[in-house]
Design a protein around this ligand. Structure first.
Ligand code: NIG
Ligand code: FE
Length: 422
C-alpha cells in the first residue's frame, strides 16, 4: 500500500497494551515533503515492513511487488477489534426500546420477563441454520464498519442443549465470514425460567462446563472465555466467583460483566481471580479501579449500552490514569443494536471524555489484549497480521468526527492482506 498520507501504527511498549499518557500518542506516520507512507504485506498475510515511501523504496525493488494499492490522500488504521458482542440471537426487541424511552429501566423490563429472557425464548425455538444466517448478516455489517476481529458470546440458551447450539453456530460462522472470531461461553447470562440462581449455578458448574470442556478437547468447539452477568438480581459475587473459577479450571480466560447497574465489588473479585477482562464497570469503585490496574485486567467499556440505557458513565479518565488497559466494544445485542465501532468511538469520546487516539487504541491494541490476541492483532507492526482499514480521508480522525459516516469513508477493509470489503 503506497503513498498514504497517514498511517496510524499504534506501537505497544512490549506490554501488549497501552495505558496512561501512552494512549494519547499512538504512533502516527504523516506524509512529509512529498513523501507519503507505505506498508508492505508479505505473502503470509503479515506486515513485512512499514515506513516512509522514500526509505522503503530504497530497500525493495518495486518490480517485486505482486500488487500495489495507491493510497494517495488516504489514511490507514488497524482493523477494529470489537471486544464484546452478543451477536447470536433471534427476535428483535424494538418494542422494549419503546418502553425504555418511556422511562422503564433495564431491570424493570428484565423482571417483567422481557430482556434477556425474551431473547432466550426466541433462541431456543430457532434452528442452528436460522441463527447462523442472521449471525452471518450481522458479521458482514460489522466488517463493513471496519471490524476485522470480534468476540461473540453464547448466553441466550441458558441450558446445556441451547448453549451448545449457540457455541456451534459461532464455530460455523468462522467459515462464512473472513474475520477472526473469539468465542465466549456465557451460560450464566441470566437465571433461566423455572430455576433459582443457586440451581442455575449448580447446573453450570457440574453439568454445562464439564460438557463444554469435553467438546473443546474433542476439537468440536474452540471456546476461549468464560463470562457471567454479575448483577443485583442476577448472579451475586460469590456465585460469580464459583462459576468463573470452574471455567478457569478448564483453561478458559475470565472475561465477564461486572459493576454495570450496581456496585458489588465484582471488579476487585475478578482482578483477584486473574480476570483477563471485565466489561461495563459504570459503577466501579476506587478500590476496583486500583485492583484492576494492579493486575492489568482490561476494562471493556460499552458506550452504546450506557447511552441507550442512560446509565451513569464509567470513569474512563480515572481508569486510564490509574493504568488500566482500556478497551471498547459494541455490545451488539437486541438491547444495544449497533454494529459500528466508529459509532462506539464517537460515543466514547463525547460521553466518556476519551480523546480520539485513546478511543482508537481502545478499539484496536487494547481490545486485542482484552481477548489475549495482542501478539498478533491490534496494531500495524512488522510481523503482526495485516488487518487494516483504508480511509478516504487525509486524517483518520474524520472517521470519528463525521458521525455515522463509515459507509463513505471506509474505502477498503483488509484482513491478513486480503481485501475483504471495498
Ligand atoms: O452486555 N448486561 C448484560 N448483558 C448484555 C445485555 C444483553 C441483553 O439485554 O440481551 C449487555 O448489555
Ligand atoms: Fe454484554
Amino acid at each position: 500500500i503506497h503513498s498514504a498520507t497517514q498511517i496510524v501504527q499504534i506501537i505497544d511498549n512490549q506490554n501488549e497494551f497501552l495505558t496512561g499518557d501512552c494512549m494519547k500518542t499512538a504512533k502516527i506516520l504523516n506524509e512529509t515533503e512529498n513523501s507519503g507512507c507505505c506498508l508492505i504485506v508479505g505473502l503470509d498475510g503479515n506486515i513485512e515492513d512499514i515506513g516512509y515511501n522514500k526509505d522503503i523504496l530504497n530497500k525493495y525493488e518495486k518490480s517485486n511487488f505482486e500488487k500495489i494499492i495507491d493510497a494517495s490522500g488516504k489514511s490507514i488504521i488497524p482493523g477494529f477489534i470489537d471486544a464484546h458482542t452478543h451477536a447470536v440471537w433471534s427476535g428483535d426487541r424494538v418494542h422494549e426500546f419503546v418502553l425504555k424511552l418511556a422511562g422503564a429501566s433495564y431491570m424493570e423490563v428484565h423482571n417483567a420477563g422481557g430482556g434477556i429472557n425474551f431473547t432466550v425464548d426466541h433462541v431456543r425455538k430457532a434452528t442452528e441454520d436460522e441463527l447462523l444466517s442472521s449471525l452471518r448478516d450481522y458479521l458482514r455489517k460489522m466488517m463493513e464498519c471496519g471490524t476485522t476481529t470480534v468476540e461473540i458470546k453464547s448466553g441466550y440458551g441458558l441450558d446445556l442443549e441451547n448453549e451448545i447450539k449457540m457455541l456451534k453456530v459461532i464455530e460455523k460462522a468462522r467459515k462464512l465470514v473472513p474475520i477472526d472470531i473469539v468465542s465466549t461461553y456465557c451460560g450464566a447470562h441470566s437465571i433461566p425460567k423455572g430455576k433459582t440462581a443457586d440451581e442455575a449455578v449448580e447446573d453450570i458448574i457440574s453439568n454445562q462446563i464439564p460438557q463444554i470442556d469435553k467438546l473443546i478437547r474433542d476439537n468440536i468447539l474452540n471456546v476461549k472465555n468464560i463470562d457471567v452477568f454479575c448483577e443485583k438480581g442476577v448472579f451475586n459475587v460469590e456465585q460469580t466467583r464459583r462459576m468463573l473459577n470452574a471455567g478457569k479450571s478448564i483453561g478458559l480466560q475470565i472475561n465477564f460483566h461486572g459493576e454495570e447497574l450496581s456496585l458489588l465489588e465484582s471488579a476487585s473479585m475478578g482482578a483477584d481471580l486473574g480476570a483477563r477482562a471485565i466489561s461495563h464497570l459504570e459503577e466501579i469503585s476506587e478500590q476496583g479501579i486500583e485492583k484492576m490496574a494492579e493486575k492489568s485486567t482490561a476494562a471493556v467499556l460499552l458506550p452504546t449500552t450506557a447511552y441507550t440505557l442512560r446509565l451513569k458513565r464509567p470513569p474512563a479518565r480515572k481508569m486510564i490514569k490509574a493504568g488500566i488497559p482500556l478497551a471498547l466494544g459494541s455490545d451488539f445485542n437486541p438491547n444495544a443494536h449497533c454494529f459500528s465501532m466508529p459509532m462506539v468511538m464517537n460515543l466514547a469520546c463525547v460521553l466518556f471524555e476519551m480523546s480520539m487516539n485513546e478511543a482508537l487504541v481502545a478499539s484496536t491494541l487494547n481490545a486485542a489484549y482484552s481477548l489475549g490476541l495482542s501478539k498478533t492483532h491490534g496494531s500495524l507492526q512488522t510481523g503482526k497480521f495485516a488487518d487494516l482499514i483504508i480511509l478516504d480521508a487525509p486524517r483518520w480522525e474524520h472517521l470519528i468526527y463525521q458521525l455515522g459516516s463509515h459507509s463513505y469513508l471506509i474505502e477498503a477493509v483488509i484482513k491478513k492482506g486480503e481485501v475483504i470489503y471495498n
